[in-house]
Each structure stands twice: as C-alpha cells, then as structure tokens.
Design a protein around this ligand. Structure first.
Ligand code: NDP
Ligand SMILES: O=C1O[C@H](COP(=O)(O)O)[C@@H](O)[C@H](O)[C@H]1O
Length: 492
C-alpha cells in the first residue's frame, strides 16, 4: 500500500475548466487523491472558463469525464459522488472583467484555505489572468499559480510570461509544471543515482560511451492539431520533458532535496549544453513528419490528413538530436535524443551504453560481444535492466551473450502507479516546488533551443517523411551511425 501524506484543505481554481487537459488529466488526478483521502472534504475544486454553465452543468460534465478517464477499477460510486460535491463552477473570462467578482467572493468564504490557481489555458492568458487575480485581490501568502507548458514559444515570449507572472507573485509561489517530473520512474532517476553509490563511479565519461533518450508515442496529434502545428516536436517535447530528463541524468548531486538545490544543479547542466549554432543545426538535428502507415496492423493517416491541412506543413512530428554537455563529467559523451508521434509503440526509455573493455582476452569466435548497457524504462512497463555479458552454457567453444539483470517496478511494488499530475497537484498544495521548473531553467532551455529553431528557419527544408509505425526517418539512423553507434531498440 502506497504511503499517503495528507495535505491541507484547499480551494483549487482551474482556469480552462472545460478543456481537454482538465477533463483527461486534472479532474481524474484530483479524484484519485480524494479517493485515497489525501485531502480533506473541506477542499473545493472551482472550474473557471467562458462557457456558460452553472454548477450542476459543470458537475455533469466532470462526472462524464471521470467515468471516461478513470479506470473502472478505481471508480468508487460513493467516492465519486462525494468528490463531485466538492466541484463548483464560475463563468470567467480571463481576458475580460466578467465573472471575476463572483469567483473572488466564493474564495473569500474560506480565506484560510490554500489557494492553487491552475492555468490550464493557452499561455497567452497566463499574464492577463495573473493580472486580474492580483487586481481583484485573490492573491495572498497561501496562493500558488500553476503554469502549464509550453511557457512561451521562444525565449522572448517565455520571458514575457515569466515577467508578467513574476510581477504579481514571488517565484516560490509559481509552479511551472513539467509533468514528466511527476512520473514515478523519472523521480526514480534521482533515487537510482543518489541512493545507490555503486553507480556514481560508473556515471562518468571514463565509463560511459554515450546516452540515448527516446520518447516515442504511438498517438498522432489527436485533437490538438491547431496547437501542435504551431509548435512541433522540438518545442512540444524537447524544450521541456526531454531536457529535464537529460538534466536529471547529467546533474551533479544536489546538496539536498530542497527545491532550489535540485534546480541549481539542473540549470548548471542546461548552461553546460554545447550550443548548436544555426549553421550547425542540419548536422546535429533531424526533423521528420509522419506519412500514412500502419500501427499494430491498423492503417493510420499521415500528419497532413490527421490535421485536415490542404497545403503541406513544415512542422516536425519527429526530431532527433545530438547534444553534448561541456563538463568534466560528460566531455566527449554524446547524448542522442529523439521523440516522435506515430511511432511503432509508446515507449520512453533511457540507455546508458558503457565503454567496451580496453583490451579483449576473448577470441574472435567468442561471438556476441556487446557493450554493457543500463536501460531505464520510464513507460510503459516501468523498470530497469542492466545488460551484462555472460558465457552461453555448453561444452563447446566460448560464446558470449548479453543477459539482463531485470527489475520490473510494477512486479516489485505490485501497486498502481499514480499519474504524474496526482503527485504534482499535491506538491503544489504542500508548496513543494522541487519537481517544478524555475524561471531560469525554462529560459536557459529556450536559450539552447532557439538557435536550432533559427537554423531550421534559415534553411526551410520540408521535414523528412517517415511512415507511421516506423522509428522515424532514415536520416535519424544515419545521424547516429555516422558516429559508429546505433539506436538501441528496447527491453523486449
Ligand atoms: N491537453 C493536453 O494533453 C496538454 C495540454 N497542455 C497545456 O495545457 C493548456 C490547456 O490545454 P488543453 O486543455 O488541451 O486546451 P483546450 O483548448 O482543450 O482548453 C482550453 C481551455 O481554456 C478555456 N479558455 C479559452 N479562452 C479563455 C478565456 N479567455 N478565459 C477563460 N478561459 C478560457 C477554454 O474554455 P472556454 O472556451 O469555455 O473559455 C478551455 O477550457 C495549454 O497550455 C496546453 O498547451 C500541456 C500538456 C498536455
Ligand atoms: O506534454 C506533452 O506530453 C505528451 C506525452 O506525455 P506522456 O505522459 O503521454 O508521455 C504529448 O503527447 C504531448 O504532445 C505533449 O504536449
């Protein structure tokens, strides 16, 4: 049974209450935490959006979402009804003045509650909503503002958002979500590295040949095409989730788990990333876009058809990059990163490939010699595998074969893995920002990404096509193979 640390009673206002993120992720996450009694029934969840709804209408909408998105085994009828009893709605326009007084008077009924404002809207609204929160007197020492990604679409817009939010609240009350940091297996990277000293000596350029991070998705752009076509895989996944993974892998040990201690170390990694200048972007990056193909035997349309576009789009649904961290620990160790939609299956995996022995005593016939690898499977089937060379049993010659020391977290712990938003929402209420991005992290990540975007703009080539259901364009394979390495495919 998982340990539950209860949190204080809160009034959580969700702007964007009728949107996809709220319906699919936020309400189910809050329901699960309520069902496990992590927060008191004096808490309230207050939806806010422009759609004309009363409390009853919004509760019906929320119930429908919960029935659709919470697995049946977790849906307890009594808990569901009690949870819906905590749900309220106020019609509010984040860009106008309507609805604000009614929202604020609801909050004023319970001034002692912790007050998270979750901004699940388009980022253009973050500044205007924050200004209104301040102007209508809704902010105080117990308030926190939660910002969804993307924080901007480049450095300038990220700074504008951070500036606008920073004008009304101190940094300690601003929670920039990167939901990958809430995933159990991502948090486990810290445990792996800093609770197991056996790995520390190995975690170094002397021992590690290279690192691969793959975040593959089976899904296409779904209903978020409008946003995605303006963003692309580099902005949508690399600027945030994948760079955060890289930071956790590459950072030095923080002096404590205190939010700033961890974020100080992560930002050092971001600052140490070797810049990819615009004129080098074509050497160190590959962009791709899926065409029609098949996944799990089912035909799926291409990107353009998925979005219903009449003209070709230059947006990448796949990107592969070679990154390098200029530090003593990592000098000369490439980090190969790739992510894409409509790949053969959902799979997020980190591979550390170790150096081969400096001299081999085994004869050439000892076929099968491969480097040691540590595979960290983030999702699905969360676990780890250390691949080691062993002798194949038998009286014949000496044949070597990689065998794995496997740990399946699911089998080991035998319990449901909470969704990342469950953990992160409770951390917001607690005021613990360790798993959230600080302003300088977001801006430093943009500083590294921006010249790549600029390089792409200066050479506006169409992304390379890859068939849905494949591992991306062949140029991504060529990029790593030019270095004498290869993408490693999976724990299976
Ligand atoms: N969906 C996802 O899986 C993910 C989303 N995100 C981010 O979360 C945010 C929300 O995404 P998503 O839910 O998909 O977006 P949607 O487009 O589905 O929802 C947007 C929400 O904003 C509300 N809204 C729009 N304009 C206003 C306004 N002027 N005042 C008040 N509310 C307004 C809309 O309601 P109404 O029209 O009723 O006002 C709606 O509830 C975005 O920043 C997105 O990038 C991040 C990661 C994943
Ligand atoms: O933030 C995002 O993440 C999802 C992938 O998240 P996961 O938890 O399912 O791995 C991605 O589909 C989406 O495009 C992106 O905005």
């Amino acid at each position: 049974m998982a340990r539950i640390l209860p949190v204080a009673s809160f009034d959580c206002v969700v702007f964007g209450a009728t949107g996809d993120l709220t319906m699919r992720k936020l309400l189910p996450a809050l329901y699960h935490r309520f069902r496990d009694r992590q927060f008191p029934a004096t808490s309230r969840i207050i939806g806010a959006a422009r759609t004309a709804l009363d409390g009853e209408g919004y509760r019906r909408m929320a119930e429908e979402a919960l029935r659709r998105h919470v697995p049946a085994a977790s849906l307890d009828a009594a808990a569901l009804q009690d949870f819906l009893g905590l749900v309220h709605y106020r019609q509010v326009d984040g860009l106008g003045e309507e609805g604000w007084p009614a929202l604020v008077s609801l909050l004023e009924e319970r001034p002692e509650q912790v007050r998270p404002f979750y901004l699940a809207t388009s980022p253009d609204l973050y500044g205007p909503i924050c200004r209104r929160l301040a102007g209508f007197g809704a902010l105080g020492p117990l308030s926190r503002v939660v910002l969804e990604k993307p924080i901007g679409r480049d450095l300038a817009t990220a700074r504008e958002i951070n500036q606008a939010v920073g004008e009304v609240l101190p940094e300690a009350q601003i929670f920039r979500i990167d939901h990958y940091l809430g995933k159990e297996t991502v948090q486990n990277l810290m445990a792996l590295r800093f609770a197991n000293p056996i790995f520390e000596r190995l975690w170094h350029a002397d021992m590690i040949d290279h690192v691969q991070i793959t975040v593959a998705e089976e899904v296409g752009v779904g209903g978020r095409g409008g946003y995605y076509d303006r963003a692309g895989a580099l902005r949508d996944m690399v600027q945030n989730h994948i760079l955060q993974l890289l930071c956790l892998l590459a950072m030095e040990s923080p002096i404590s788990l205190d939010a700033d201690a961890v974020r100080d170390e992560k930002v050092k990694v971001l600052r140490a990333l070797r810049p990819i200048a615009p004129h080098e972007a074509h050497l160190f990056t590959v962009r791709g876009q899926y065409t029609a193909g098949a996944i799990a035997g089912q035909p799926v349309p291409g990107y353009r058809a998925d979005l219903g576009l009449e003209t070709p789009s230059l947006t990448e649904s796949f990107v592969a990059l070679k990154a390098q961290v200029n530090s003593w620990r990592w000098a000369g160790v490439p980090f190969y990163l790739r992510t894409g939609k409509r790949m053969p299956r959902k799979m997020s995996e980190i591979i550390l490939e170790f150096r081969t022995p400096p001299f081999s005593i085994f004869p050439r016939e000892a076929v099968g010699m491969q480097p040691n690898r540590l595979l960290i499977r983030l999702q699905p089937e969360e676990g780890m595998r250390l691949e080691m060379m062993t002798k194949e049993p038998g009286p014949g010659g000496l044949h070597l074969r990689p065998t794995g020391l496997d740990i399946s977290f699911e089998k080991t712990f035998g319990q449901r893995y909470p969704d990342a938003y469950e953990r992160l929402l409770m951390d917001v209420v607690r005021g613990n920002a360790t798993l959230f991005m600080r302003r300088d992290e977001v801006e430093t990540a943009w500083q590294w990404i921006e010249p790549i975007l600029q390089g792409w703009e200066e050479r506006p080539e169409a992304p390379r096509p890859y068939a849905a259901g494949s591992w991306g364009p062949s140029a991504a394979i060529a990029m790593i193979e030019r270095d004498g390495r290869t993408w490693y495919e999976s724990l299976d």
